[in-house]
Design a protein around this ligand. Structure first.
Ligand code: GLP
Length: 251
């Protein structure tokens, strides 16, 4: 794992956007794995700025999001589809037909999981996967003790995750209890992974990611076995944690 320590959230977001847009420009047809939550919003902002100023085109890009709340429909402002349209897709030249998320309101959820996993495979898999990290080490919505060999599946969210995400909802009880998430195996099949972490609330998770045990109790620990993972974290998230720094020259 390459660890890049940056000053703050803005620098983290700028560097992440630079790495992603560079990839979009250099690869003819790209499958991007995308994340939601607070962390990637800055990155998406910088991608939009780059699109406006440098004209980086997303016409040949396909996107696959990590997860979606059950049973939210795509027009629900709390759905991840709504978030992605609002914070990114509406501002780029990406055809909407190239953007994919699991359908949280599918009538047959098990079927939907199989369909989504196959959709990713049929498109040739993820080239670059963007990840955030939950305080308990979840990636996507793969909560602690999810099998490392899981594919896209339905999850019951932990109370910690529901509490952490309550800030996005009007009332805490509005946070859905379930979600569809791509599995850990699905994430590990990505050719390249970029994980972002910012702020004090992610410090414990960063310590565990870098120095804890490889265990299904901390899902993100599996990333240590992936051949191409870059972690961009800010000073606050890494404070007091021993890090073997890596300097990045491409951006
Ligand atoms: C959410 C999402 C994850 C995200 C994580 C961290 O529940 N399902 O994909 O990476 O939790 O969220 P945040 O960036 O808001 O801290």
């Amino acid at each position: 794992m390459k660890i890049i320590e940056v000053k703050d959230y803005q620098q983290m977001s700028r560097l992440a956007a630079c790495i992603i847009s560079e990839k979009v420009r250099s690869q003819n047809r790209l499958n991007l794995g995308l994340a939601t939550g607070e962390t990637p919003k800055g990155t998406y902002n910088y991608l939009i700025k780059d699109f406006n100023h440098n004209g980086t085109s997303y016409e040949e890009v396909y996107t696959f999001n990590l997860d979606e709340y059950v049973p939210l429909s795509m027009d629900n402002p709390n759905s991840y589809r709504f978030y992605m349209n609002h914070f990114l897709f509406n501002h780029l030249d990406i055809p909407m037909s190239h953007t994919f998320l699991p359908l949280g309101n599918a009538t047959d959820l098990e079927n939907e999981c199989v369909r989504y996993e196959k959709q990713i495979e049929d498109h040739g898999g993820i080239d670059l996967q963007l990840l955030g990290i939950g305080k308990n080490g979840h990636i996507g919505f793969n909560e602690p003790r999810t099998s490392f060999i899981s594919k896209t599946h339905v999850v019951t969210l932990t109370s910690l995750t529901r509490e952490a995400n309550a800030r996005f909802f009007e009332r805490p009880e509005d946070v859905p209890k379930q979600a569809i998430t791509v599995g850990i195996e699905t994430i590990m099949k990505s050719k390249e992974i970029l994980l972002l972490a910012s702020g004090e609330s992610k410090r414990e998770a960063m310590n565990e990611l870098l120095h804890g045990e490889l265990s299904e109790d901390f899902p993100a620990s599996i990333l240590r076995l992936h051949p191409d993972v870059t972690v961009i974290a800010d000073q606050t998230a890494l404070k007091g944690i021993q890090v073997e720094g890596y300097s990045f020259t491409k951006c």
